[in-house]
Design a binder for this molecule. Structure first.
Ligand code: NAG
Ligand code: NAG
Ligand code: NAG
Ligand code: NAG
Ligand code: NAG
Length: 641
């Protein structure tokens, strides 16, 4: 309807008045501030706009403007945000902006993300939005938009998110054919009629409190209910659609195949269940048997057994140094760290019921449950070629490390043939398993709070390791070395082990996490740890494993992949879908992403120290608490009016 006008507008606006640049962007931002945020925006006029709160630039233009919940108020005039023609992300959510959207926003043809939820915008959803062909995320929820939902939404072929809930929209939803659409909500509008077919796969919660019918809301009046089809295997459903009236030969064959498939599935389930049960029965074997089942049997010397068992009650609790010093003379036995009683001896450990936890870089790890019920993690080290004295010195140093974010090393066993180390058992397993295991089958998604607290705890653990000496490093930071307690507190494990193993191990073992400058796995600097930690942060934010197949196919690593996506300003595209449910944390997620990219900088000098990283994560987490508070108070304001 307004398209001739719009056309005229395009003609006028394309008349050159000097090519847009940072100077004109700056003028546009200042005009924006004086009209809707004169008091609330603390922008320093004598600095580049790219340093202003909520503003980000690329190639000399403003590309991002994010001002969520800062108290903007009033109508946005033309000649302000509409002049920021290189804009890719505009987030003005949770403010008190009102009136219509400025029509010159149509000039921002690069816009990918438009977050305007929770304001007081009104009028029809403006037609110029449908010319913004690059839009991926559009959130207009919680405003006063009225009128119908235009079929022109079909122009936005890249749209993945369309949130329109809590407005005053009327009438029927047109047939929308948007292949990428995955997040959709029109709840709390005065819509009526039948949900169009392409949207029927959306959950009922996408259509709450409307007058709609069909799909997840149950059949419309007079609509044939899709009743028996739901009971029939999928293959038959397609057949049934072809010929509803009579069962064709094809349909009968379909049913037969479907039934056969059903029987097969049941059979497979039975077999799987039996397997599971038998493997559970297998868990009752002892550590010694578990090790032997893995190949090379444990070679624990007879001396070790006798002495170990014999000295158990000898009150040999004078501390690890004494025990270690005695080590060579006293024969082979479990050496405990710290003072206090020896809670168990080697014989107890070998008799403990055990299962394999995983094969790691430095050897296989087992969970062993001792007779008194205590669980410990035992690691059987491989490729240790250090002389005994040196080994004992180094492992003593590891055992002396004490920090709430490190997995404590409790004891070790050294003989020429075997090196065992005993840790506290961490019941929730590794971050790697938590992030990448069991996706889509009813696992609890990891929320922002948990992920950011894991990031902070891991950073603190590494900070402690680095504080023990200028050249002290972990050497093998990765998500499978971040273990979790019952309450999901993160602890760093495997610290110090990189210095115990021989140089035979190649550096490919930390592929994906390894800093580009690292050539010798035994000489990993603190800055290289920071790089690995940056990759770990990216993993937490994207949910992608650094060695994931698709990355390797493209021949890039996780940091480069993230950088390429972020450079395109598809910032919210990089995040784990599980995290996108927590939209009010997005600013903080972006900040943590920036920190991750800084950590994974190519040149070591450009990377922050781990102490700086800790401070920045603390700040980000702090601001996320504030953002929630602010969002809340603005909500309250909206509810009152
Ligand atoms: C603005 O920036 C200038 C230059 O960096 C600085 O000297 C000045 O104190 C700043 N003004 C305010 C109000 O922060
Ligand atoms: C926005 O752009 C128009 C056309 O180029 C120009 O006339 C206007 O002054 C600009 N607005 C601001 C605030 O610079
Ligand atoms: C939507 O796309 C069609 C075909 O590409 C075009 O004719 C129409 O003008 C577009 N609508 C808007 C509002 O840009
Ligand atoms: C939807 O509501 C409008 C009035 O708001 C009415 O004119 C129209 O007939 C309704 N359509 C259906 C399918 O109920
Ligand atoms: C849609 O929005 C409503 C209201 O905010 C909310 O209750 C509902 O859970 C949302 N549904 C989906 C699928 O996001």
């Amino acid at each position: 309807m307004a398209s001739p006008l719009l056309f005229l507008f395009f003609l006028l606006s394309s008349i050159p008045g000097g090519a847009p640049d940072l100077v004109s962007d700056r003028a546009a931002l200042l005009a924006f501030r004086s009209s809707v945020g004169p008091v609330v925006l603390p922008w320093n006029d004598s600095m580049t706009p790219c340093s202003w709160l909520g503003v980000a630039c690329d190639a000399g233009r403003v590309t991002v403007l994010r001002l969520p919940a800062v108290g903007l108020m009033g109508q946005i005039p033309a000649g302000t945000v509409g002049n920021l023609t290189a804009l890719r992300t505009l987030s003005l959510r949770y403010n008190a902006l009102s009136g219509g959207l400025p029509a010159d926003l149509a000039k921002c043809s690069q816009l990918r993300n438009l977050y305007l939820q929770r304001n007081r915008f009104s009028g029809e959803i403006p037609a110029f939005l449908f010319s913004l062909q690059n839009l991926v995320r559009l959130n207009l929820a919680g405003n006063d938009f009225s009128g119908g939902i235009s079929p022109d939404f079909n122009n936005l072929t890249r749209l993945a998110t369309l949130y329109l809930e809590n407005n005053q929209l009327l009438g029927e939803i047109p047939e929308l054919n948007l292949p990428s659409l995955s997040q959709f909500n029109v709840s709390f509008n005065q819509l009526n009629g039948s949900i169009p077919s392409k949207l029927r796969k959306m959950p009922a919660e996408a259509f709450l409190k409307t007058g709609l019918c069909g799909g997840p809301l149950g059949p419309c009046p007079g609509e044939i209910s899709p009743s028996p089809a739901a009971e029939v295997p999928a293959g038959v459903e397609a057949e049934a659609k072809h010929d509803k009236k009579k069962l064709s030969g094809g349909a009968i064959a379909g049913i037969a195949i479907g039934a056969a498939a059903g029987v097969l599935i049941i059979l497979i389930l039975v077999v799987l269940l039996c397997r599971k049960r038998s493997s559970r029965a297998g868990k009752t074997r002892t550590l010694e048997a578990a090790v032997e089942a893995g190949g090379k049997p444990l070679e624990v010397t007879a001396a070790g057994r006798d002495k170990g068992a014999g000295e158990g009650g000898n009150g040999n609790g004078t501390g690890s140094h004494a025990a270690a010093a005695k080590g060579e003379a006293a024969g082979k036995k479990l050496v405990f760290f710290g003072s206090g009683a020896r809670p168990f001896d080697l014989e107890d450990l070998l008799r403990a019921s055990a299962e394999v936890l995983g094969k790691g870089t430095f050897g296989t790890a087992y969970k062993a449950v001792l007779e008194m019920g205590t669980a410990v993690a035992v690691k059987r080290l491989k490729d240790v070629n250090l002389p005994e004295k040196e080994f004992r010195e180094k492992i003593e140093a590891v055992g002396a490390m004490d920090h709430p974010n490190l997995v404590p090393l409790r004891a070790y066993y050294y003989s020429k043939e075997e090196k065992l180390i005993v840790y506290d058992y961490m019941p929730m397993g590794s971050l790697s398993a938590l992030l990448h295991g069991n996706r889509g089958s009813g696992r609890t998604p990891l929320d922002w709070e948990t992920r950011s607290s894991i990031a902070l705890a891991a950073a603190r653990g590494i900070e402690y390791i680095h504080s023990t000496g200028p050249s002290a490093s972990h050497g093998n930071i990765k998500s499978s070395n971040i273990l979790l307690t019952k309450s999901y507190e993160a602890r760093v494990s495997d610290h110090g082990l990189a210095h115990l193993v021989g140089p035979t191990l190649t550096t490919t073992r930390i592929a994906g996490y390894r800093a580009p400058e690292v050539t010798d796995a035994q000489k990993v600097s603190q800055k290289a740890d920071v790089y690995s930690f940056g990759v770990l942060l990216l993993e937490l934010l994207t949910g992608k494993a650094p060695a994931q197949a698709f990355l390797n196919d493209e021949g890039v690593d996780l940091p480069r992949w993230v950088q390429s996506v972020v450079r395109e300003e598809w910032t919210s595209e990089v995040f784990d879908l599980e995290l996108l449910r927590y939209q009010n944390a997005e600013e903080q997620m972006v900040q943590l992403l920036q920190l991750a990219i800084d950590c994974a900088a190519q040149y070591p000098d450009k990377r922050p120290t781990i102490s700086e990283v800790v401070v920045r994560i603390e700040e980000i987490r702090h601001s996320s608490i504030q953002a929630v508070d602010r969002g809340q108070s603005i909500n309250d304001g909206n509810d009152q009016s």
